[in-house]
Design a binder for this molecule. Structure first.
Ligand code: FES
Ligand SMILES: [Fe+2]
Length: 454
């Protein structure tokens, strides 16, 4: 098959999707799947149109009328809490002629008034009225007109939305990954709280590249972030030296989502949070979940398709600990707008000293920080070269074979309830790419079927 030669867009895309499935069988992938203008519209429809997409955290929407603009794929939604306390996600498109009715990124309002002709909606999406209603709309069925809504549901304060009517419930979609979300977002009784407004920036990389990186790419840290690793103070932490890292690193993937974490040998690390965290632990956690949190140093992962997590100790004088949710909003082939939220345990949300340290940690992973610029340069280069005609004509294959068969030394499969219900959990830093394979397999399943299985 040669992608560019058939002149048949649909057949080319279908063939490329099948190549992803074939190549994955031996840990490869078609390089041409990144920054691909033919594939991209199908991703928007089949993946973002059908997946449960992360939209925001309940702590951002505490009062009736609180709202913020959020995206599913490229579709602009307004996530809001109505006057009765219910959450909604409305497509920002007026039911008269489709104008965007929300002109701010976030705020609080009981009504949205369209700037084109003035139709006005309550924050539950129903029509309030319009100018000259008595003269112009004498037979109008007002009940029938309401803003278009996405289906929404939440887990541990994380609000997700889905466009398609049919599909698995959020619980089914998250599956066994809820076990890890419990530890990440429900370790303390009051859960996590978003602090401040999220950061946003746009860069020329494919959304899949960053989702893959956060799913468990510890391997890149050795090279991409070498300068940071070589600073003497970074080695300080629960380990004496960097060589201790491999014995503390784990990757775990369910059938759709992935997580990675570093653990100390002893309990009591608690991601580096102050000792007071011990008094706030959520009694609903299982003993295994509590032990995992207690020994945790650092977590990261990706909820398919485009929500990533990074949480834990920051050392090297860069502050911390902190928790961050990333959302990789697709903005065209090979272009992503990142939204980055900073979260802290609710019990620590008023602790000024802690917040100052935590904020410095979070900032180190923003475009102005030491680590983000390392990654962005690489990711943009990937996008640039992945769009090459050469990759299409030669059908070149990228490599994610670590962890397959007998490929990787110093990687052992772990079976211990402490590590949760993941399909595969492995120990040994750097040399396992099964989380990346999981991300692409999730991509393949949805692109092939047009929707997720439960
Ligand atoms: S498009 Fe909104 S009132 Fe006309
Ligand atoms: Fe990185």
């Amino acid at each position: 098959m040669s992608l560019p030669n058939t002149g048949d867009w649909e057949r080319d895309v279908a063939a490329l999707i099948e190549r992803v499935g074939d190549d994955l069988a031996d840990g490869r992938y078609p390089m041409a799947m990144l920054n691909n203008p033919d594939l991209y519209p199908t991703e928007l429809r089949r993946i973002f149109g059908h997946a449960w997409n992360y939209l925001g955290h309940v702590s951002e929407f505490t009062e009736p009328g609180d709202y913020a603009r959020r995206y599913i794929g490229e579709d602009p939604f307004i996530l809001t809490r109505d006057e009765s306390g219910e959450l909604h996600a409305f497509l920002d498109s007026c039911m008269h002629r489709g104008a965007q009715f929300c002109t701010a990124e976030s705020g609080n309002t009981s009504h949205f008034r369209c700037p084109y002709h003035g139709w006005t909606y309550k924050n539950d999406g129903t029509l309030q009225g319009m100018p000259h209603m008595a003269e112009a709309y004498q037979d109008l069925d007002e009940e029938e007109i309401a803003l278009t809504e996405a289906h929404i549901d939440s887990y541990r304060g994380l609000i997700f939305g889905r466009i398609a009517d049919e599909g698995p419930t959020l619980r089914e979609y998250l599956g066994e990954f809820t076990w890890y979300l419990d530890v990440l977002f429900g370790a303390t009784s009051e859960g996590m709280t978003v602090v401040g407004e999220p950061h946003r920036w746009e860069a020329d990389h494919d959304w899949k590249t960053s989702a893959d990186n956060f799913s468990g790419d510890s391997y890149h840290v050795l090279t991409t972030h070498q300068a940071g690793l070589e600073t003497e103070t970074l080695a300080r932490g629960p380990w004496e030296k960097l060589d201790d890292f491999p014995g503390a690193s784990y990757l775990a993937c369910t059938d759709r989502h992935s997580v990675g974490y570093y653990l100390s040998q002893e309990e009591g690390t608690f991601m580096g949070y102050p000792d007071s965290i011990r008094d706030t632990l959520n009694p609903a956690l299982s003993d295994e979940q509590r032990e995992l949190f207690s020994r945790s140093v650092f977590h990261f992962g990706t909820v398919f398709p485009n929500m990533s997590i990074i949480h834990g100790i920051q050392s090297g004088g860069w502050g911390g600990p902190w928790a961050c949710i990333r959302k990789w909003n697709p903005r065209g082939p090979g272009t992503t707008e990142t939204t980055s939220w900073w979260l802290v345990p609710t019990e620590l949300a008023d602790d000024e000293g802690f917040l100052e340290d935590s904020h410095r940690g979070w900032e180190s992973l923003s475009p102005g920080g030491a680590f983000e610029s390392d990654d962005l340069t690489i990711w943009e280069g990937i996008s640039d070269s992945s769009g090459a005609v050469t990759h299409e004509l030669r059908e070149t294959r990228g490599n994610m074979q670590q962890g397959l068969g007998a490929m990787s030394d110093e990687v052992e499969t772990v079976e211990d309830p402490l590590h949760g219900p993941a399909a595969v959990t492995s120990k040994g830093l750097y040399f396992d790419e099964r989380n990346s394979q999981t991300l692409l397999r999730s991509w393949y399943e949805m692109m092939r079927q047009g929707a997720p299985e439960s």
